[in-house]
Design a protein around this ligand. Structure first.
Ligand code: PEP
Length: 241
């Protein structure tokens, strides 16, 4: 069975102080959390550094939201995979639709980032998903297959997580029907060489839909944006039943 991974994507939210306040509260909700799931906080770089010092191991893993493919060099604004592992980061979100839309991320650059992350021992969380226009045009399968095939060239199938995030469901409150998410995720699984890959659903995940989402046969976790910013709300998602 693939490992269950519930990850919060904080995007460009939380200062160091706010991150530490979150952590203190969040940890108090994890006492009853079953061991069958991995809990990940994908925080801004500055907050990662301070969270890592406070976590000292424990059951929460840290994730970054981007990584460059070179080890160092003249790449202003970027960060390398060994800079992330040095501060105790285990995961990195790659190819989020916001990076594709606002920062020119392509399947080719996703692929370069994934390979570099894996070389350094990071687990990439690779995001794929179709826009509303693509869904309405009946292109969901085509778009997803292209993103998977382009992003996963020469990638190690034993160390990756995929997040299926329909763009129209991100931050809109409009969740993809869980049966439909399950269907698309089943299709993604058919494209992979390893049946053990964790495939998450992302897009307006909330306490009132997580139980149904996690009951689906193909879904092994969630990538959570807005609802991961509040410790009690995110804890309810992590503690899905
Ligand atoms: C995301 O940012 O990956 C996401 C799924 O956001 P939200 O949960 O807010 O829709």
């Amino acid at each position: 069975m693939p490992k269950v991974v519930i990850a919060g994507n904080w995007k460009m939210h939380k200062t160091q102080r706010e991150a530490l306040e979150f952590l203190q509260d969040f940890k108090s909700h994890l006492e009853e959390t079953p061991d069958d799931r991995e809990v990940v906080l994908c925080a801004p770089f500055t907050a990662l550094a301070v969270l890592s010092k406070t976590l000292h191991g424990g059951r929460i893993r840290l994730g970054a939201q981007n990584v460059h493919w070179e080890k160092s060099g003249a790449y202003t604004g970027e960060i390398s995979s060994d800079m992330l592992t040095e501060i105790g980061v285990h995961y990195v979100v790659i190819g989020h639709s916001e990076r594709r839309q606002y920062f020119g991320e392509t399947d080719e650059t996703v692929n370069l980032r994934v390979i570099s992350a894996q070389k350094q021992g990071l687990t990439p969380i690779i995001c794929v998903g179709e826009s509303k226009a693509q869904r309405d045009a009946g292109e969901t399968e085509k778009v997803i297959i292209k993103q998977i095939q382009g992003g996963l060239v020469n990638v190690d199938p034993k160390n990756l997580v995929i997040a299926y995030e329909p763009i129209w469901a991100i931050g809109t409150g409009e969740t993809c029907e869980s049966e439909e998410a399950n269907r698309v995720i089943g299709l993604i699984r058919q494209q992979l060489d390893n049946p053990e890959v964790t495939i998450q659903y992302g897009g307006s995940v909330k306490p009132d839909n997580i139980d149904e989402i996690m009951a689906q046969s193909q879904i092994n976790g969630a990538l959570v944006g807005g609802a991961s910013l509040d410790p009690a709300v995110f804890a309810r998602i992590v503690n899905y039943r």
